[in-house]
Design a protein around this ligand. Structure first.
Ligand code: BG6
Length: 485
């Protein structure tokens, strides 16, 4: 008798399945990490049989290890159907129970919603009505892709509907940034070392920058992107979660709820925006050429870049600005957290006129050249007291090998199979982050709000984004780009 663990992917003919989910599962298979009795059913509306489904996926995954692919592929099945239709779900239930009965043990199921977001609640309610999320024998979990809602009200409503048939511990809301090794490493860096935490506060830190810069444009996702824009696409989820990891208090244990509680506590401490403050604290822009992208409206006012200044009202961070920026078609792909320390309180060195001592900074480079850079001053040899900034570097690739960092989805899928929700977003967290970004969007909709700016592809956004910092004698750091190249 073997337990069965099935993953059902709804919307299986989409990009996510072939680009992320199946390669991640194949990698877990090769590492021997999938449970015995593993079985995957893909469901979508495309006309296809299991052999065609496997052949399509083979192209994306088997290059890595041809010999291992056939055994993995034998566990993949395809069912043509629509999960918002009860007959399709009945067919699915039949296929699942056939395998589960043959194995004889407990039947565990992970339903993965890779469908268009507007059907999430419908699918889950139908699964509930069909008794397919009832938990015995074995567990039932549901993974929900982003976007989770499009504003605070829709996120709340989606949570309410999901909770009609699922307990919170059955719901796994994905934010793939939390699955990135380097984002998790922020916690190890902060809480497994004793030298950083004592200075990780308003006494030593001048400000913090979080950047998620992409070189790609909207690619084939024009119609979707044009509805959401950068704040909903990147800030509400990824940037807010990275912010929480960088700024949260140390949890008492490595337990999922303890970690999630601290992230939520941090988001609660972020000072809510008032729409009338938005022009002072945030700006948005669109790259030149965006309106000509396929699927984008010719008069689109959707921002593809935003920069925002946040304040955190707690003892640790009072008075320390957090600058967040993200955009498409920027000068480099780089995701980083930069901790900019304060200047020394007194300069005893004889500096040349107009010279000052550069304050220390710590750059946590989350991708693509994962690592850390600590910048500090040293004396130039042979001079009286001339200084130069140098950099102490750590690169993951050098210490752990170029392929050491697994894809975020690998870790996230494994966690969902193991019932560990630490790296998934809880209902309260998602509602809170919507509540934080919504006033920004409202502020931009106000009559008289500052207009949408434009920037040239291949730059760091509009000049006004630089001004957000330079008017306070600060500057955006590109250390992760400069040092990584
Ligand atoms: C997704 C966004 O969530 O994250 C995309 O919808 C974005 O617009 C992507 O490109 C970035 O992810 P990563 O892992 O490449 O940084």
């Amino acid at each position: 008798m073997t337990d069965t663990t099935s993953i059902v992917i709804f919307g299986a003919s989409g990009d996510l399945t072939s680009r992320k989910l199946v390669p991640a599962l194949f990698s877990l298979h090769r590492k021997g990490r999938l449970p015995p009795g593993f079985h995957l059913v893909g469901m979508a509306r495309s006309e296809m049989d299991s052999a065609a489904f496997r052949a399509e996926l083979a192209a994306s995954a088997q290059d890595v290890d041809r010999a291992a692919w056939p055994r993995f592929a034998a566990q993949l099945e395809y069912l043509r159907g629509d999960p918002t239709d009860s007959a399709s779900l009945a067919k699915l239930e039949g296929a699942l129970t056939t395998v589960e009965r043959a194995n004889g043990g407990a039947a565990n199921r992970l339903y993965y919603l890779a469908t268009p977001p507007h059907v999430y609640s419908d699918v889950v309610l139908r699964l509930g009505a069909a008794g397919m999320v009832d938990r015995s024998p074995g567990w039932r979990r549901v993974v929900i892709e982003k976007p989770f809602g499009s504003d605070p009200a829709s996120a709340q409503e989606l949570n309410r509907l999901l909770h009609q048939v699922l307990a919170e511990e059955q719901i796994y809301r994905i934010d793939h940034y939390l699955g990135k090794e380097t984002v998790q490493n922020v916690l190890v860096f902060r809480f497994a070392n004793s030298i950083f935490e004592p200075v990780w506060n308003r006494n030593y830190i001048d400000h913090v920058q979080i950047t998620v810069a992409e070189t790609v444009g909207v690619e084939h996702r024009g119609p979707f992107y044009d509805r959401v824009g950068v704040v909903r696409d990147m800030f509400q989820n990824h940037l807010m979660q990275v912010l929480a990891m960088a700024a949260m208090e140390p949890p008492a244990s490595f337990d999922a709820e303890a970690l999630r509680d601290e992230r939520v506590k941090l988001l609660r401490a972020v000072r809510p925006f008032r729409p009338e403050d938005v022009d002072r604290m945030a700006l948005r822009a669109q790259y030149d050429g965006y309106r000509a992208e396929p699927g984008v409206a010719a008069d689109s006012r959707t921002p593809t870049f935003a920069a925002v200044q946040l304040a955190i009202d707690n003892w640790r961070w009072q008075g320390v600005p957090f600058y967040l920026r993200s955009g498409k078609r920027l000068a480099a792909k780089a995701t980083s957290i930069v901790i900019q320390f304060k200047s020394v309180p007194h300069v005893m060195f004889p500096l040349a006129p107009g010279r000052s001592i550069r304050p220390n900074s710590l750059s946590i480079c989350l991708q693509p050249d994962e690592g850390m850079h600590l910048q500090f001053e040293v004396k130039v040899p042979g001079t009286l007291a001339e200084m130069r900034s140098v950099d102490m570097e750590f690169h993951y690739a050098e210490d752990f090998g170029a392929d050491a960092i697994p894809e975020a989805y690998e870790r996230l899928l494994l966690d969902a199979l193991n019932g560990d929700p630490s790296l998934y977003t809880r209902a309260d967290s998602i509602e809170l982050s919507w509540a934080l970004v919504d006033p920004i969007l409202q502020g931009w909709d106000r009559p008289g709000a500052l207009p949408l700016l434009t920037y040239q592809p291949g730059t760091w956004g509009p000049p006004e984004a630089e001004a957000l910092l330079t008017r306070r004698r600060r500057a955006w750091s590109t250390d992760c780009v400069r040092l990584g190249s």
